[in-house]
Design a protein. Structure first.
Length: 187
């Protein structure tokens, strides 16, 4: 195959894990993750959603300091080890990101994340779109030696972007997300 075709083949065969970085059931973060998945599927990019609501209830106590359980190992294999790229969609919790996500990263460990490509999406009901949380997550992933994509959409006043059907119907936001995905796929 010509070089250009090989590059396109590699780009479009990456498995992308979309991480809804909260364990709050029915969250707007999970809805944004669903939108990202839907848009990726429309352009035939393989993806999966990791919803932290699905983590074992005791994962942070039973999968730490060298110990692990099979259900957690299976989750890590599926969503972390088998992924080439991550889209981390994080709500703002007290000026940062959710502790449950930090606990997950602590249990997963850096070896499973280093050299992978990551993009961050901030979600907030406030006006800053989790700006500080994106800075904190960037520092975390740099420490883990992951490649962090420079474009980090900050979806502020997220509750106002959804219509009665639970869909984002703001055309500017949809264009922002589509452009973000196009550039991240090529990253």
């Amino acid at each position: 195959m010509p070089y250009f075709i090989n590059i396109l083949y590699a780009i479009f065969n990456d498995m992308i894990t979309i991480i809804s970085a909260t364990n709050r059931s029915g969250s707007l973060t999970a809805k944004v993750a669903g939108l990202y998945s839907e848009l990726l599927s429309q352009i035939n990019v393989e993806n999966q959603i990791m919803d932290l609501c699905d983590l074992p209830a005791d994962f942070m106590f039973s999968n730490f300091y060298g110990s692990s359980t099979q259900p957690f190992v299976d989750i890590v294999d599926r969503y972390i080890n088998n992924a080439d790229k991550f889209i981390v969609i994080s709500p703002e919790y007290h000026g940062s990101y959710p502790g449950i996500f930090k606990a997950l990263i602590d249990c997963v460990g850096g070896e499973n994340i280093k050299t992978k490509k990551v993009t961050l999406v901030g979600v907030s009901t406030g006006r800053a779109g989790n700006l500080r949380g994106m800075e904190h997550l960037t520092a975390l992933f740099h420490h883990l030696r992951a490649e962090v994509f420079s474009s980090k959409p900050k979806l502020s006043e997220i509750h106002k972007l959804f219509n009665e059907a639970g869909e984002i119907d703001d055309s500017d936001t949809l264009k922002l997300i589509q452009n973000h995905l196009k550039n991240f796929i090529a990253f």
